[in-house]
Ligand binder design. Sequence first.
Ligand SMILES: Nc1nc2c(ncn2[C@@H]2O[C@H](COP(=O)(O)OP(=O)(O)OP(=O)(O)O)[C@@H](O)[C@H]2O)c(=O)[nH]1
Ligand SMILES: [Mg+2]
Length: 469
Amino acid sequence: MEHQPAYRSNGREVALLTQPHTIAAAATPPGRGGIGIVRISGQQVAQIAHGLLGELPAPRRAHLAEFRDAAGAPIDRGLALFFPGPNSYTGEDTLELQGHGGVAVMNALLARVFELGARRAQPGEFTQRAYLNGKLDLAQAEAVADLIDASSSSAARAALRSLEGEFSRRVHELVEALTQLRVHVEAAIDFPEEEIDFLADTALHARAAEVSESLAALLREARQGRVLTEGLTVVIAGAPNAGKSTLLNRLAGYDAAIVTDVPGTTRDLLRERLDIDGLPLHVIDTAGLRESHDPIEREGMRRATEAMARADRVLLLMDATAADRKRNLAAQLARLPAGVPVTLVFNKMDCAGAKPPSVPDTSGAVASQMAISALTGEGIEALRQHLKECAGYSGAEAGTLSARARHVEALLRVQEQIDQARQQLEQRRAGELMAEHLKRAQEALGEITGEVHSDELLGRIFSSFCIGK
Ligand SMILES: Nc1nc2c(ncn2[C@@H]2O[C@H](COP(=O)(O)OP(=O)(O)OP(=O)(O)O)[C@@H](O)[C@H]2O)c(=O)[nH]1
Ligand SMILES: [Mg+2]
């Protein structure tokens, strides 16, 4: 890769990277459609345009043309759009071909573009180039994928705000505030004879407290945004016949799972993607947990346990009419992976009489308890509200930002470093140690926007994109 002259993007000087390969992919999903779009980006765009269209279209003008194969025979007739770099999505020369959206046309068009020198783009490679060329920062690039994957209008709005740079702007504000703190502290270190006075300055303490507060506010929003983007994964577990599949169907509002009175009906995991007032919910129904020698049922239970270990919440269902609930509960709890938050849900309350079942848990594993009837719907609204509370979801307000678990983790590390920096300041007046913690906090912030990144992180983020974006 060689560097070309720098240009300005987002108010910064950025050096364009010249990638060795020109990439191409269909930007529209495969299948039938009125229009199908092939996108090409890289150094060979002009050459490919000449081969395919006979000329390079004028920049940013819709150009009606025949797309031709090597022998000059038309493949399709459509619009070509040329965006010269750096004023394109990727920052490179880009050509968009809008043809007829059929599989045969798209395949023939792509084959011709490959013949002319491009190679097939990896998932997310266009956006990765946009990031490497400073068109977007990493948090914005992630918001592109979140916008495409958004399953509700509130998630889409939140992703768009992050894509437009709202989240990144807040992170930069924090970086700026941290830089000022560091300047103050490092000045103190440089004048050791006055260090104590510098560090006793109330303005410094006030500023450190302000940084903590802005960080806490951003962390709250990022948590909310994470839930909106990624949703809450809930596993329904419990003994056979407890009513797990009935509860899944009740939450979904349709018959997703088979329900019978035969214990052991569900054997495989069943996943449904639902929505509670804009909160995306991934609900997984599982095979009932019990002793079994049937290899299919045992495999089902193994998968159930694996899903529970990754869940944000386990709803442990118990038949409220069953005898010996205390022993049953102990047996069920023993089968749960350690550390998952559990809500104990008594089901079949329509048959259990008016009195709520006693509270038999003594293990401390159960975080909360509820009573429902999956059959009649009693208590289901309360359960929905409970799940929203578990997610820390307070309804999708207008200003929500999209965020990911990765961002929340980074912000938590920032918080830890700032807390330690403040401790060093307040308890020990230790300037150097404080400066070190502030530096680490700033680095953790840089991971969010991608100023600090690793190839492995980039690989993980962009490989989850769709091809053609
Ligand atoms: N009265 C009453 N019956 C219920 C309720 N929920 C489920 N049932 C019944 O209990 C039986 C078992 O329900 P399922 O939903 O298949 O139970 P499950 O936990 O998925 O069972 P497995 O898949 O075998 O582990 C069925 O006959 C349901 O109609 C309820 O709230 N009240
Ligand atoms: Mg079932």
